[in-house]
Design a protein. Structure first.
Length: 451
């Protein structure tokens, strides 16, 4: 093809040296960089993106777990980067099979102010080349939607980035922007974590193939490597490359700092977070995440004070009350948990969450904290929940009550749903009394990624 794209499964398969059916089966693997262009769903891929995917695959693409004899599904029926159902609802395709979402410590690091690809961003990033003024304007508009951080704005950003990709398949900032939009969907649109991460990986794989040294692409890749595998050795090269390319980008320091702290490099991580605060003192994301770091370090009063300050300064920022709610629950302050959770649910306009809170508040009014905790520990998990109304707070409630049977039942449900709380370090302490229980220990180890 004149523009370098491989169009259709036949050309993609020929480039890979396999049959079209095998190429379609491989496309089920995380990060496979196939794109659907236009309204009629033709698929294409960039040769360098396919080669980068092959080089970085965790396992051989012909892994027998893929069931090579199975009939490949129509790609239009499969959610992902190439499926337009991601854009309706919004992002309803990723909600079909909810799992545990990105945790507070990592998820809050997703929040960011506008970062543009063509001019100096707020934190001092250098200019980047652009194709033309119209494309530049479209990119800036999509990044503005991304920075708004609402379900509707993320759907708009996703649509705009994908349109740019279909029209300009060699424009790497659009692929990175799309990856950022998918990542934020976990935090601000209740998206399924695993599906969102897979789509983000597909987009950033292509971005890196087009621009290996791009700061944003390496930032996103580092984030995905760490919070998918919980492995600093895999993530560090990407973060380091991003920091070298743009040393005054607060978001790079924020995401890198969170990974380092979670990975046990507390001093090094705290230094990156302090750098982020200096670079972006008016970013609610940075201030919220710094408060989370304080909580994990054991300075709980200071953490809650800082979260309250963020709420006062940024009353429409949902992450601060969302984090505060779960911190209060872990500490056993059910009244404060209910109040903060309601502020969070009101900000994201989540009717099922508000209805859930009405039930919990009624139980609290009737029987105090024990009654509310009992209801939380036994109520079915909300189908689109992540931190609130899901298995995590229910398990914390059961642990607070000392109800082993309720905790066991909840953790078994977690196992069936294949949830993971690998990136949720802060609540692990709530379950310490059960660490030696022969039935509970393996379930806790599995969900926290310690198995």
């Amino acid at each position: 093809m004149s523009d370098g794209r491989l169009k259709g499964w036949k050309q993609i398969a020929e480039h890979l040296g396999v049959s079209p059916g095998t190429a379609m089966r491989w496309s089920r693997r995380p990060g496979f960089p196939v794109i659907r262009a236009g309204e009629h769903g033709s698929v294409y891929a960039l040769p360098q993106a396919l080669e980068a995917w092959l080089a970085n695959a965790d396992e051989r693409p012909d892994d027998p777990d893929l069931n090579p004899d199975a009939e490949a599904p129509d790609v239009a029926d499969r959610p992902g980067i190439e499926d337009r159902t991601w854009l309706s609802g919004p992002l309803r395709a990723v909600r079909a099979r909810p799992r545990a979402v990105l945790g507070v410590a990592a998820g809050l690091a997703m929040v960011a102010i506008l970062a543009v690809a063509v001019s100096r961003i707020e934190t001092g990033g250098p200019a980047r080349p652009v194709a033309d003024a119209a494309l530049t304007a479209s990119y800036l508009e999509a990044r503005a939607d991304w920075a708004e951080r609402s379900p509707a704005s993320l759907a708009r950003a996703t649509e705009k980035f994908r349109l740019m990709i279909s029209q300009h398949p060699d424009y790497h900032p659009a692929f990175t922007g799309l990856a950022d939009a998918y990542i934020l969907s976990c935090e601000f649109d209740d998206a399924d974590r695993d599906a969102a991460f897979a789509a983000a990986r597909a987009a950033v794989t292509t971005a890196l193939a087009l621009a290996p040294g791009d700061a944003d692409a390496n930032r996103v890749a580092g984030f995905l490597e760490y919070w998918t595998h919980r492995d600093l050795a895999r993530a560090r090269p990407y973060f380091e490359r991003a920091a070298r390319a743009r040393p005054d980008d607060y978001l790079i320091h924020l995401w890198y700092g969170n990974a380092l702290i979670d990975g046990g490099r507390v001093s090094e991580g705290a230094e990156h977070l302090r750098r982020a605060v200096i670079l972006a003192p008016d970013s609610p994301a940075v201030l919220t995440d710094y408060a989370i770091a304080l909580w994990q370090a054991g300075d709980r009063p200071a953490a809650l004070q800082r979260l309250a300050a963020v709420e006062r300064r940024f009353p429409t920022h949902s992450a601060a009350p969302g984090a505060a709610a779960l911190f209060h629950l872990q500490a056993g302050d059910v009244a404060a948990y209910l109040a903060a959770s309601r502020r969070w649910a009101s900000l994201i306009r989540a009717t099922p969450q508000l209805e859930r809170l009405d039930r919990e508040q009624a139980a609290y009014d009737a029987g105090g904290a024990p009654a509310a905790l009992k209801l939380m520990s036994t109520a079915p998990a909300l189908e689109t929940s992540f931190w609130h109304g899901g298995n995590l707070p229910a398990a914390i409630a059961a642990a607070r009550l000392g109800d082993r049977s309720a905790l066991l039942e909840r953790l078994r449900d977690v196992s069936v749903r294949r949830e993971n709380w690998r990136d949720l370090d802060f609540p692990a302490g709530a379950f310490e009394p059960w660490r030696d229980d022969p039935e509970l220990k393996p379930l806790l180890d599995a969900v926290f990624g310690r198995a």
